[in-house]
Design a protein around this ligand. Structure first.
Ligand SMILES: C[C@@]1(CC(=O)O)c2cc3[nH]c(cc4nc(cc5[nH]c(cc(n2)[C@H]1CCC(=O)O)[C@@](C)(CC(=O)O)[C@@H]5CCC(=O)O)C(CC(=O)O)=C4CCC(=O)O)c(CCC(=O)O)c3CC(=O)O
Ligand SMILES: NC(=O)C1=CN([C@@H]2O[C@H](COP(=O)(O)OP(=O)(O)OC[C@H]3O[C@@H](n4cnc5c(N)ncnc54)[C@H](O)[C@@H]3O)[C@@H](O)[C@H]2O)C=CC1
Length: 435
């Protein structure tokens, strides 16, 4: 069973210990934590499970003995950046006792992890690789094919011109500044490869970029800045792109908390970000009988079409109001499956109906529909503003006598889509296997 030692005493140390205590319950991993003073001990919440606390300053000798006795797989140093001497002692004791050392910093680099982890391809799916510098990441990319989203800024881009076919494969995302763009052009990157936009980037936007350029790799620095890394990691996971993480050389070597968590997850299977049982939100999956009810859909574009097609499986009456309709929607009207009114929305259009879907491409019109529904007490769904929806339109699967409605709590629509697809596949194959 893996054994980790953490030199705590800082906020990061405490955060890490709390996260570890929550997530290692069933993993069999044991954690030892050292704090130098009683004060340091007091900062750490009492009763953390699976964590043995040791209080008291240690000399380098004592640390070496302690480490040798326990044979730790990994020693994580989260002591204060100013406590240089302590860090030096821990580092030396690790070398002498043969334990692997990682320095956690607020804003710094990660060479040791890089070197170690590059070779560490055992276990999981290699969906995340760690590199000590840009050169080694570029070298790695040279042995691969497929497009790459580079989110490392512009200063280090030159190192990636070593990648064969970089003019076609690499898509740098850089700041929208004339001098940055000029630099990119000088390196041989052309307009269709460049994404010029200032962050922060959400998971959704990262996901969209990866999909747009069909990236198989996403390269990121360990920027150490909160926000940014997890969004990239999540987008990589959602799209199946491989995440390459590169360390930074700072005044002192070390890695950020985010990257440390990703590393622990990959190396020891500790899912550090599965927090306390989450509040499931207020969206209760109510299955309601809409047989014979009328649903007015305003708009007959891409989204309205998708939803109308779904609704038609549920024995309700669909009335569509739109200035213009997609051919498929018009065809449904021709076959008398729906009623289509080709006109501009008018407030009186929804009076007396049962449900309304506002799915025009105009924010103002959708807002007007929403207000009319509120006035008339009609449940409404507003496709461009979830806050205005009385009910969500979930991802729907209906097969093998089972009906499933999927929501990602309104927080990640791409995830709702992905989960819907996955559940549909499972219903096709997994249902029988489980019997
Ligand atoms: C909350 C919810 C409320 C509701 O509309 O009922 C909602 C809201 C919004 N979606 C938006 C965008 C996208 N939604 C999808 C996809 C789906 N969205 C669906 C449901 C829901 N979408 C409801 C609960 C979902 C949840 O819990 O997350 C699915 C499941 C069912 C269906 O739509 O049929 C369907 C999967 C269908 C499938 O499996 O194929 C895609 C991808 C795509 O279309 O391919 C995109 C573009 C990419 C992106 O943004 O992620 C926007 C921004 C609009 C804008 O920018 O103007 C809002 C508004 C907002 O967030 O406020
Ligand atoms: N919830 C979701 O899953 C998603 C929602 N959206 C949102 O859904 C909405 C619709 O998107 P799309 O279908 O792609 O748009 P679209 O441009 O394909 O269709 C718009 C439809 O609205 C109609 N329309 C516009 N003004 C009208 C008016 N005054 N009266 C009657 N009809 C009117 C048009 O004739 C057209 O049929 C947008 O607000 C978009 O932001 C987009 C992606 C996913």
């Amino acid at each position: 069973m893996p054994k980790l030692l953490i030199f705590a005493g800082t906020t990061e140390g405490r955060t890490l210990l709390e996260a570890l205590s929550r997530s290692i319950r069933e993993s069999g991993i044991h954690i030892y934590a050292c704090v130098a003073t009683e004060y340091g001990r007091a900062v750490i919440p009492s009763g953390l499970e699976h964590i043995t606390l040791r209080t008291g300053r240690m000399t380098e000798e004592e640390m070496t003995l302690f480490m040798a006795e326990h044979q730790f797989d990994l020693v994580i140093d989260t002591t204060h950046p100013y406590a240089r001497l302590v860090s030096e002692n821990i580092r030396a004791a690790c070398t002498r006792s043969g334990c692997e050392y990682i320095r956690l910093l607020r804003m710094c680099s990660m060479p040791e992890v890089g070197e170690k982890a590059e070779g560490q391809k055992q276990g999981s799916d290699e969906s995340c690789l760690f590199f000590k510098d840009h050169e080694s990441a570029a070298e790695y990319l040279n042995h691969t094919s497929g497009n790459v989203l580079l989110t490392i800024g512009s200063k280090e881009l030159v190192k990636y011109t070593e990648v064969k076919g970089y003019r076609q494969r690499l898509f740098p995302r850089v700041l929208p500044m004339p001098e940055v763009l000029e630099g990119c052009y000088e390196l041989g990157f052309s307009g269709k490869q460049l994404i010029c936009m200032q962050g922060p980037f959400s998971t959704e936007l990262n996901t969209a970029f990866i999909r747009q350029i069909q990236a198989k790799y996403l390269v990121t620095k360990d920027s150490g800045e909160v926000g940014g890394f997890f969004e990239k990691q999540a987008a990589a996971q959602l799209t199946g792109a491989k995440l390459l993480v590169i360390g930074r050389i700072g005044e002192e070597e070390g890695i950020s908390l985010e990257v440390l968590m990703a590393f622990l997850e990959k190396t020891y299977g500790i899912a550090l970000r599965s927090e306390e049982p989450r509040n499931l939100g207020s969206w209760f999956p109510l299955f309601t009988n809409i047989s014979g009810k009328e649903i007015v859909v305003v708009g007959a574009g891409r989204i309205a079409k998708r939803r109308i097609q779904t609704l038609l499986h549920f024995n309700c009456r669909v009335r569509v109001i739109a200035v213009s309709a997609l051919d498929e929607v018009a065809a449904l009207a021709d076959q008398s499956k729906i009623k289509l009114q080709l006109k501009t929305f008018h407030p009186g259009d929804i009076v007396g109906t049962d449900y309304v879907l506002a799915a025009t491409d105009s924010r103002e019109v959708n807002q007007e529909i929403y207000e009319q529904c509120r006035e008339n007490g009609i449940p409404v769904n507003v496709a461009n503003e979830k806050e205005k929806s009385d009910f969500y339109f979930p991802g729907i699967i209906r097969k093998k006598g089972v009906t499933v409605g999927v929501t990602a709590e309104g927080k990640n629509h791409a995830l709702a889509k992905k989960a819907t697809r996955a559940i549909a596949r499972w219903l096709d194959t997994g249902l029988e296997e489980d019997e």
